[in-house]
Design a protein around this ligand. Structure first.
Ligand code: ZN
Length: 113
């Protein structure tokens, strides 16, 4: 995992499993976050693409709701700056995608009646 020293700005790849790492350059203790911001960004990108694919399969009568969801997601992506906020945002995204999937399942169930 890539860590950055908050004191001297040194970047290095930490492979240990402790909560805090020691900066190889200035020996400052650096907190180790289990999920990096880069991981979160990649997760967000993945979810966003999956959701776009799902959106193409959604019937018209759900589109208003979905527009709202999408606006919320874009808002979250733009507004969130720190890690905790991004984690919350990702959790919301997963919840929305689950809801979306449920709607699609319900919709296709109705069509098959
Ligand atoms: Zn340092």
């Amino acid at each position: 995992m890539r860590l950055k020293c908050q004191k001297c700005g040194y970047l290095w790849d930490y492979t240990g499993s402790k909560d805090r790492a020691t900066c190889p350059d200035c020996k400052t203790k650096v907190p180790v976050e289990s999920v990096s911001l880069q991981d979160l960004d990649e997760m967000h990108e993945y979810l966003y693409q999956r959701q776009s694919t799902l959106l193409q399969r959604v019937p018209r009568d759900l589109s208003d709701q979905l527009d709202e969801i999408e606006a919320t997601m874009v808002g979250l992506q733009n507004e969130t700056r720190d890690r905790d906020e991004r984690l919350d945002a990702l959790e919301s995204e997963v919840a929305e995608i689950k809801r979306l999937l449920e709607m699609i399942v319900q919709q296709s169930g109705r069509r098959n009646d």
